[in-house]
Ligand binder design. Sequence first.
Ligand SMILES: [Zn+2]
Length: 120
Amino acid sequence: MMARAAAAVVVFSCTGCGRVHFEDGGGSGGCGHCGAALVGKKVSGRGNIYAFSVVHIAPEQMDAPYTLALVDLEGAGRVLCRLDGFGVEIPTVGGPVVFEGNSPRGPLFRAGEISENARG
Ligand SMILES: [Zn+2]
């Protein structure tokens, strides 16, 4: 059985602090946190929710409510992102998500169905 394939995505791991970035650091080419070099790496784009929080009082220029999450990205590590596409459903810790794309407000993941997780 075929699941809808997640788009492969290139992430950038920091050689200093280990943080995972979705962009290459722009002009500096380094980690936005510690300034060390970044190494690009292709990953599946699939992950699982480690934790999430629905934000009801948003900073300026953000539409509330939105969902912030820590996602364990397959082959990369834990990343901070926003979740989309859950509608009225509440995300589940451990639930599968798929990288959707970068936005001006950071990386975006949506609910993802992964057939490897056979139930029952
Ligand atoms: Zn760093």
